[in-house]
Ligand binder design. Structure first.
Ligand code: G6P
Length: 606
C-alpha cells in the first residue's frame, strides 16, 4: 500500500517535483519515504522513516541534483519502518535504484539465490531483491533493458515499480502487475505514478498501464512492451477530469473535514451520473438469476445499505459480500447466470480485483461502481457507473460513501421501473426527494458541526461505543462505527438492534454510550424497545431521529434532530453527523484524522 512516483524532465530540477508528488500520495502510506535522482552518471538518494515533512526538514529532499528521479512513500509490509527499509533500494554497487508498491511473494527464494551469487542485502524488505536481480542480469547481458525484462519475469506477486540506473542515463523504467500505475504524458517531460494526483498539476494526459506492462520513459518519448515476451503494445490515453484544487484542503484544517463538508456538491455530481450506464447495469442485474454486491471497507457498507434498497424498491434480492471472503464463500456457487456488482472507490483494492478476476473466469457478468476512471476495476468490468465524487484524500472514506449510496439509489429506481415495481405517485415522491438531497445535506452539515463537536466530548474518553439500528440504517451503524474506530481509535461495536440481545448487551453498564439511528420509518417502534433495554442498564443514549419526535427525545440523553425526509434517503443523510462525530473525536484527542495509524487509502496488497 505504498505509493510511487517517477519523473524525467529535459532540464528542470526534478527533486522538488517528486517531493510535491509524494506529498499528494502520502495518503497511501506514511511511515517512511525517499527519493533517488540521477545526475552526472551518479545516483543520489535521500530516505528515512517518518512522515514526508519530517524527513524533508531533516534532510532537505529538494536539493537532490538532476532532472530524472524516482520516489516512494511507504506503508510497511515486509520489514519495520526504518531508514534501511525505506525505499529506494539499490543493488550491491549502488548503481540501480528501485521503488516498489506491492509484495514479491517469492522474495525469500530469490534472495537465497542471489546471496549464493554473493549479493549482499542490507534491508528486510522484499523489494531489495529487484535491484539485485537486475544487477545480476545486467552482469550477464550487458544490456540494461534486457536485464530489466529478465529480472521482472522472475518476480511472483504484485508490483508497481520504477527503476533508475546509471546504466540508462536518460530513462526511467516502470512496470506493473497487480498494483496501480499510470503514465503522465507531458510536453518535454514524462511522469509515472500510482495515482494521477502526483502529476495532475503538470499534465492531465495519462495512460493507465495494464498488468504485465513495462514502459521506458524519456523526457520526450515513451515505449510500452509486454514483460513476458517484449512485444510492443499501445495503450489508451485518457484525460483526467480532476484538478489539483479539488485535491487541496481549500482552507480546511484536514482533508477529512473538507470532504465531509463538500458532500452537497459531490451529491449533485453523483446525481448526474450517466443514466445510460445506470440503466445498463440495471438491465444486467434484472436479467440475472443471482446478484451479488462485492466490496471492501466503506464500499462494502454501501452494498449493505443497497441490498435493502434493491429489495425494497425493486423486489430484487442481492447478496452483499466482503471482497476478501467472496471466493471462499461463493466461489463454487457462481456461474454464467450470476451478476456481480463490484463497488470500489479506488478501483484498485486487491481483494476486489482478485474477486472480479475470479468472477470473470467463471463467466459471470462483472459490473462496477467506481470513482477512478482508468483504474484496474473499470478496465475489467463489462460496464460501470462513475460515481463522480472527485479525489478523496482523507484515508477515511466520507464523500465517496454518500456518492456510492446515491448511485445505488439511482440503480434501484431504474431496476424498480424495469420490473414494474413502483407506482407513478411513488416515483414522483422519490424524484422530488432525490432532488432535495444536496440542500438537505447542506442544512444538516451546517447545523450539526457544532453539535457534533459537543457530542464528541461525551464519547472521547469512553472505552467502548455502540451503534445500533434496524433496516437499511444498519449500514449507517456499521459505517458510523468504522469511522469512529479507525480515526479516533475507540473500540466500537455496530449491531442490528434486534440482535443486540444476543451478546453485546452483556457489555452495557452505566455510562456506556449507545448511539441509535432511529429515523421515522417502520424501524422506529421496534427501536424504542431496544432503547428501553439499554436505558434499563443505565447506558448513555444518543439518538439520531426526526425533529419533533418528543417520545424519542425523552428517552435520549442526547438527541440529534434530523430534518424530515423519505426513509429511503436516510442512510445517505444520517451518516453525515456520524462522520462529523468521528472527525471531532479524533481532533479532540489530538489525532490526525487524515492519516490514521496502520491504515492506507487503498489496500493494493493481499
Ligand atoms: C481501505 C480504505 C477505506 C476503503 C477500503 C476499500 O480500507 O481505508 O476507506 O473503504 O479500503 O477501498 P475501495 O477503494 O475499494 O473502496
Amino acid at each position: 500500500m505504498c505509493r510511487i512516483c517517477a519523473a524525467v524532465f529535459q532540464a528542470d530540477n526534478v527533486a522538488p517535483l517528486l517531493h510535491a508528488g509524494l506529498k499528494r500520495l502520502e495518503y497511501g502510506g506514511y511511515d517512511s519515504a525517499g527519493i533517488a535522482t540521477l545526475h552526472g552518471g551518479k545516483l543520489y538518494i535521500k530516505k528515512d522513516k517518518g512522515k514526508i515533512d519530517e524527513i524533508h526538514q531533516a534532510l532537505n529532499l529538494d536539493d537532490l541534483p538532476g532532472s530524472i528521479g524516482i520516489a516512494h512513500t511507504r506503508w510497511a509490509t515486509h520489514g519495520a519502518p526504518s531508514k534501511v527499509n525505506a525505499h529506494p533500494h539499490t543493488d550491491c554497487k549502488g548503481e540501480i535504484a528501485v521503488v516498489h508498491n506491492g509484495i514479491i511473494e517469492n522474495f525469500l527464494e530469490l534472495k537465497q539465490e542471489l546471496e549464493n551469487l554473493r549479493h549482499v542485502f542490507i534491508s528486510r524488505t522484499d523489494t531489495e531483491v529487484i535491484p539485485h536481480l537486475i544487477e545480476e542480469y545486467y552482469k550477464r547481458t550487458n544490456n540494461f533493458r534486457e536485464a530489466c525484462f529478465q529480472a521482472l519475469r522472475r518476480l511472483q506477486g504484485t508490483f508497481a515499480i520504477a527503476i533508475l540506473s546509471r546504466y540508462a542515463k536518460d530513462m526511467i523504467v516502470v512496470a506493473r502487475k497487480g498494483s496501480p500505475l499510470l503514465l503522465g504524458i507531458g510536453n518535454g517531460f514524462n511522469f509515472a505514478a500510482s495515482d494521477a494526483i502526483a502529476f495532475l498539476d503538470k499534465t492531465k494526459t495519462s495512460i493507465p498501464l495494464e498488468d504485465g506492462d513495462i514502459a521506458f520513459l524519456s523526457s520526450s518519448s515513451y515505449e510500452i512492451y509486454r514483460i513476458e515476451d517484449a512485444t510492443p503494445v499501445k495503450r489508451k490515453t485518457i484525460t483526467i477530469d480532476w484538478d489539483l484544487q479539488q485535491a487541496s484542503k481549500e482552507g480546511y484544517e484536514h482533508f477529512m473535514l473538507k470532504e465531509i463538508m463538500e458532500q452537497p456538491y459531490t451529491m449533485r455530481l453523483s446525481l448526474g451520473a450517466q443514466k445510460q450506464y445506470v440503466d445498463l447495469l440495471a438491465e444486467f442485474m434484472e436479467k440475472s438469476s443471482k446478484n451479488f454486491l462485492v466490496a471492501a471497507g466503506t464500499s462494502y457498507h454501501s452494498c449493505v445499505a443497497a441490498s435493502y434498497l434493491y429489495s425494497r424498491l425493486a423486489n430484487l434480492a442481492t447478496i452483499p459480500v466482503i471482497a476478501s471472503e467472496f471466493i471462499e464463500q461463493y466461489g463454487n456457487a457462481i456461474d454464467v447466470n450470476t451478476t456481480i456488482l463490484f463497488v470500489s472507490q479506488s478501483g484498485e483494492t486487491y481483494d476486489v480485483i482478485n474477486a472480479a478476476d475470479f468472477a470473470r473466469k467463471k463467466a459471470c457478468t462483472v459490473l462496477g461502481i467506481c470513482n477512478v476512471i482508468g483504474s484496474t476495476l473499470t478496465r475489467m468490468v463489462r460496464a460501470y457507473v462513475h460515481q463522480q465524487s472527485g479525489p478523496e484524500i482523507g484515508v477515511a472514506a466520507t464523500k465517496t460513501y454518500t456518492s456510492q449510496l446515491i448511485i445505488h439509489l439511482l440503480l434501484s429506481i431504474s431496476l424498480a421501473k424495469k420490473r414494474g415495481k413502483i407506482s407513478q405517485s411513488e416515483m414522483d415522491d422519490i424524484k422530488e426527494t432525490i432532488n432535495e438531497l444536496p440542500s438537505l445535506a447542506e442544512q444538516i452539515l451546517i447545523s450539526k458541526q457544532k453539535e457534533m463537536l459537543e457530542v464528541s466530548k461525551l464519547i472521547m474518553n469512553k472505552n467502548h461505543v455502540f451503534f445500533l439500528a434496524r433496516g437499511m440504517n444498519y449500514a449507517t451503524a456499521l459505517e458510523g462505527r468504522l469511522k469512529l474506530l479507525e480515526i479516533a481509535y475507540i473500540p466500537s461495536t455496530a449491531y442490528p438492534a434486534g440482535e443486540s440481545k444476543h451478546g453485546p448487551i452483556s457489555l452495557i453498564e452505566e455510562g456506556v454510550p449507545v448511539i441509535f439511528i432511529a429515523p421515522n420509518d417502520e424501524t422506529r417502534k421496534l427501536l424504542i424497545g431496544n432503547i428501553m433495554e439499554m436505558k434499563a442498564r443505565k447506558a448513555t443514549i444518543i439518538t439520531l431521529g426526526e425533529e419533533g419526535d418528543s417520545e424519542l427525545m425523552q428517552l435520549s440523553d442526547h438527541y440529534i434532530a434530523m430534518p424530515r425526509m423519505l426513509p429511503i434517503i436516510t442512510p445517505i443523510l444520517y451518516i453525515m453527523p456520524l462522520q462529523l462525530l468521528a472527525y471531532y473525536t479524533a481532533v479532540n484527542k489530538g489525532l490526525d484524522p487524515d492519516k490514521p495509524r496502520n491504515l492506507a487509502k487503498s489496500v493494493t496488497v493481499l
